[in-house]
Design a protein around this ligand. Structure first.
Ligand SMILES: [Zn+2]
Length: 243
């Protein structure tokens, strides 16, 4: 393959733009925050399940408390009614019955109040557990939305870089002979494509060329396209090459 030294040098620009295009493309497809955002989404799902469990426990206790309160109201109504009847009765037997019932209602009320206190304590704990879980979820959401915002900026910046580099690449590639460009593109699928030969080193793979390889390049015509014996990329010769 033959190509003018100027075209060969322009391949270095194409190779550099291709590197930038690849990096920008990778960053816009998979910004560095993406993995953590995925983790947080999974974590939030687990946290929400636990919150549902805690809310369920709290609601059960609220229902228990409401039931006890309604039982207390029934007992209170009955005590008021019995007390009024006791005040107005002159029947001794009825009075004894009412007194006995009032005593049993008092015990019942005391039992209900003990149970109510216990439920209220448990309800307080259940409410704290719900609040704690909600706080953890809020923290997770805050971290997630910060990272999502950062990721969006990275995607926007990378997309702009990608588009700018792609435009530049089209312009530079358009000024290079089609055969040379096609050769570069073939080589670029398995190497840097084109690299500077700097002081006897291939900048594509960082290998120092053997003396015999350097000698062969030294003897090659300027317009002969030479490649790195190690990585196969096109070696572009300049005054820096050490030839
Ligand atoms: Zn190389």
């Amino acid at each position: 393959m033959n190509a003018s030294p100027a075209d060969q040098r322009r391949l270095l620009e194409v190779a550099e733009l291709d590197t930038r295009i690849r990096q920008a493309d990778s960053a816009r497809r998979n910004p560095p925050q993406a993995a953590r955002v995925q983790q947080l989404l999974a974590r939030r799902q687990e946290l929400s399940q636990e919150l549902t469990t805690r809310l369920g426990a709290r609601d059960d206790l609220r229902a228990d408390l409401a039931r006890i309160e309604s039982d207390v109201a029934v007992v209170d109504a009955r005590r008021t009614r019995d007390a009024e009847r006791l005040n107005s009765t002159s029947n001794v037997k009825e009075a004894q019955g009412l007194e006995s019932e009032l005593a049993s209602l008092a015990r019942r009320k005391s039992d209900l109040e003990d149970a109510e206190l216990e439920i209220m304590e448990r309800l307080e704990e259940a409410e704290s557990a719900v609040a704690a879980q909600e706080a953890v979820i809020a923290e997770t959401n805050a971290e997630g939305s910060t990272l999502s915002g950062e990721a969006k900026s990275v995607v926007a910046e990378s997309t702009a870089l990608f588009e700018a580099a792609s435009r530049d690449r089209t312009a530079v590639a358009g000024s290079i002979g089609a055969d040379l460009l096609a050769y570069y593109e073939r080589v670029a699928t398995r190497s840097a494509g084109a690299a500077l030969l700097r002081r006897g080193t291939c900048e594509g793979c960082r290998m120092v060329l053997a003396g015999t390889d350097m000698q062969a390049i030294r003897l090659s015509a300027e317009d002969l396209v030479v490649t790195c014996p190690e990585c196969g990329c096109i070696l572009v010769r300049t005054e820096e090459s050490g030839l």
